[in-house]
Design a protein. Structure first.
Length: 418
């Protein structure tokens, strides 16, 4: 987007004193203020305003579910279209990359001689690294993959989030002096005990990317894949000419469906047990999938996966929405409405959870749901060990993960400096 288009979008902002858009933003970005700077063509000030709360402007501007967050709270959206906050944030983030505006360190009277290890280079980990390094800490990231980014690289496809944008965003963070150790995985060639001995604080931020299961018959057949693992590892089977069912209604389901469709599958069908209006996926992603030929079965659920050794079909059942609390609707199976659909593959994209074996190797306390247990400061049962992001069960979006990383950075500083 060019400057002229950005100004046209910016002037639509009413500059509300109550700032409902800010309340709708997981990162609490001061949206009316940064847009106000765009109106005045003070682009660097807009960038500096955003830096108070986020270091992922070009990323969040592209992939956040804006209509469910900031834009969904915009006053203009009551009677018309809300201000396109996402495009304006991406515009400033892209300009910061183009103009090489750095993330400046915060001036301190004395240097902080404290060393922090961060395990995991996804959105929460790199955000924590940025804010800790800004404040003067010595930060080292340990990452199991061959590059940083987490789901930004090993999850979200590049047609939604260009790799060069991710790379340049991360470079800004590393330019703060953050050290990186790639190919390092807890329980494989890295131990928490060693990190605790070497560092003043350790932050666990390796995410929760194990696909949830439905625990239905046939889920262990050949041809059943987890959506998260499929996107992370990019180890795709040959989908050409095949029929594929994608189960779920979030952005992971949309990403998987679109990638599989682009790999010349004969037919890709998204099966979702609720109505379209209840899908957690961004509307734009649903519309893009539909435009590309992905089919959708709303208010349908699967009860079995059929086949001898490999997937041959799925047994579905239709659902109806029944009000249970206030306006909340729950999908209920319609008895006797079962039917079968021939399928070659099934992709489960129903959410994610931490990898039990990796969490267990940390020897920190867990919650009943398998997340790492933390206190109000995101401190674990180990005094020097903190955790953030998906690992502690925050909402599974990049913005919420990033907020968790920012907040744990503040908690670590309070613990080690105050």
């Amino acid at each position: 987007m060019n400057e002229e288009d950005a100004i046209k979008l910016a002037v639509e902002c009413l500059g509300c004193k109550a700032k409902p858009c800010r309340k709708g933003c997981p990162l609490t970005n001061d949206i009316t203020e940064f847009i106000g700077y765009i109106k005045e063509k003070e682009y660097k000030k807009a960038y500096e305003c955003l830096l108070d709360t986020t270091v992922l402007q070009p990323v969040c501007g592209r992939i956040c579910p804006h209509y469910k967050q900031c834009q969904g709270s915009c006053i203009r959206g009551i009677k018309g279209e809300p201000v396109n906050i996402g495009k304006l944030e991406a515009f400033i983030g892209d300009m910061a990359i183009k103009e090489k505006w750095n993330i400046e360190k915060i001036e301190k009277e004395e240097n902080i001689d404290k060393n922090i290890a961060i395990v995991g280079g996804g959105p929460s980990g790199i955000t924590a690294a940025a804010y800790l390094a800004r404040r003067g800490f010595n930060v080292s990231i340990y990452e199991k993959h061959n590059k940083l980014g987490g789901l930004l690289v090993h999850g979200i496809p590049d047609f939604r989030l260009p790799r060069d944008v991710v790379d340049e965003t991360i470079k800004k963070i590393l330019d703060l002096g953050v050290k990186v150790n790639l190919g390092q995985e807890l329980g494989i060639n890295l131990s928490l005990e060693e990190l605790e001995e070497k560092y003043d604080a350790v932050l666990l931020a390796f995410g929760a990317n194990i696909s949830s299961k439905m625990n239905i018959e046939g889920e262990d057949l050949n041809g059943v894949y987890g959506g998260n693992e499929l996107l992370e590892n990019e180890n795709y089977p040959d989908f050409e000419g095949k029929t594929v069912a994608v189960i779920g209604g979030g952005n992971t389901a949309m990403d998987a469906a679109r990638i599989i469709n682009k790999r010349n599958a004969k037919k890709v069908t998204v099966i979702y047990r609720r109505a379209r209006k209840q899908m957690p996926a961004e509307d734009a992603e649903v519309e893009a999938a539909m435009a590309e030929g992905v089919e959708f079965l709303f208010q349908n659920n699967i009860v079995r996966i059929l086949g001898e050794n490999k997937v041959e079909a799925v047994e579905c059942i239709r659902t109806e929405l029944v009000k249970v609390e206030g306006d909340r609707e729950k999908p209920v199976n319609i008895e006797g409405s079962n039917y079968n659909l021939d399928m070659d593959y099934v992709v489960m994209a129903l959410g994610s959870k931490p990898e039990d074996k990796t969490v267990d190797k940390t020897n920190v306390d867990k919650t009943d749901r398998g997340y790492i247990k933390v206190d109000e400061n995101q401190n674990t049962s180990h005094k020097k060990v903190f955790a953030c992001g998906d690992l502690i069960g925050v909402k599974s979006t990049v913005a919420w993960a990033s907020r968790s990383g920012r907040e744990v950075a503040e908690a670590i500083e309070r613990e080690l400096v105050d």
